[in-house]
Write a protein that binds this ligand. Structure first.
Ligand SMILES: [Zn+2]
Length: 353
């Protein structure tokens, strides 16, 4: 049966082909689709792929079958899940890219891009809400989101559908944005399922983090003198000593007052520490709204931890599904600056059921 044939799957196939054509501006050919019940699909996939997939699959496509442009999907003649049909159809249209990445042992990137593009089609062409998206290959898709953010959507799409050397072409196109070799290095981390490292390699390749400036302050007395002269960085350093109870007796109220002075002189570290004090009621009355405001100021001033903490406040992990995703640019900024927990947050943002 042909996907482009209106009789196929009650028109589902035509709709899939048209949706992909509309979304990516492609000239798609007809595709053959074979619909199999669950058990038949699993055993057929095992015969084609020597190493069995560790999980049940909903569909597959393989040039090794000798029948190019044929896809196999789970279902009955009553229908197939649209997202699965789209995913497998995309694979069938990107065999050059797949072959290149298989040769370089980086196929997980193909899976991520395939599912990313399937999501694009489902959301834009089928009107599915992004919240109801089934999160298959979750971490890989999170990586591709960052790839698109870093190098642009069009180069990724063009490479994916290129007949050959698409990945090499993508490396070439993204060279100025993320650096030569960064994409392959990130894809290797993805291949070992280390999504967080893959994302941090990608983002930090794009923007190498600047090393933190060492404090010039040597002692509490020196810090006090410098702070009194209006050096915000010294006020922050002295505040830290009061907070930690080092060289002076621990006094959180005093620490917070010093952080305020530091923040008033626009020291991002001072603002971040004052925000933390408000968030946890350390030497000040707990006030989450004030904390968020100060985290925002500190984040804008370049404090990565503040960006991360603000992200956590906006979308607590327990409530990610309801998240309006305001947190993502904050995690991205902090990961780019080298704060690893933010790279983790980006990697995990779809890994929920
Ligand atoms: Zn796939």
């Amino acid at each position: 049966m042909l996907l482009g044939d209106p009789a196929t799957l009650g028109g589902q196939g035509v709709r899939a082909v048209e949706a992909i054509r509309n979304e990516f501006g492609l000239d798609t050919e007809c595709l053959q689709v074979v619909v199999l019940p669950h058990d038949d699909l699993q055993s057929r996939a095992r015969r084609v792929n020597k190493r069995a997939a560790p999980f049940a699959i909903a569909g597959f496509q393989s040039p090794k079958l000798g029948v190019d442009r044929t896809i196999f999907v789970e279902g009955s003649l009553d229908g197939v899940e649209d997202a699965v049909l789209i995913h497998e159809t995309l694979h069938a249209l990107s065999q050059g890219f797949y072959a290149e990445l298989r040769q370089r042992r980086l196929v997980r990137l193909t899976e991520g891009i395939t599912e990313y593009l399937a999501r694009e089609v489902m959301i834009h062409q089928y009107g599915m809400s992004s919240a109801s998206w089934v999160r298959r290959y979750a971490g890989y898709v999170a990586f591709v989101d960052e790839l698109v953010e870093a190098v642009g959507r069009q180069p990724v799409i063009e490479s994916y559908f290129a007949s050959a050397s698409g990945f090499t072409e993508l490396e070439r196109k993204s060279r100025a944005k993320i650096g030569w070799g960064t994409l392959a290095q990130a894809a290797r981390s993805l291949q070992s399922d280390d999504v967080s490292s893959a994302i941090s390699t990608l983002l930090q390749g794009a923007h190498p983090p600047t090393p933190p400036r060492g404090s010039a302050v040597k002692s509490a007395q020196e810090a006090r003198a410098q702070c009194e002269r209006g050096d915000g960085r010294a006020c922050y350093a002295l505040g830290q000593l009061f907070h930690q109870g080092k060289a002076v007796s621990k006094d959180d109220a005093r620490a917070s007052a010093l952080y305020k002075k530091s923040c008033d002189s626009s020291d991002a570290n001072g603002c971040a520490s004052l925000a933390f004090a408000y968030e946890h009621g350390l030497g000040v009355t707990e006030n989450r709204a004030r904390a968020a405001e100060l985290y925002r100021k500190a984040c804008a001033g370049g404090n990565a931890v503040a960006c991360h903490n603000l992200g956590l406040q906006l979308s607590p992990m327990s409530d990610l599904q309801k998240s309006t995703r305001e947190d993502i640019p904050l995690y991205r900024k902090a990961c780019t600056a080298g704060f690893a927990p933010s790279c983790d947050s980006l990697a995990r943002r779809y890994s929920i059921n």
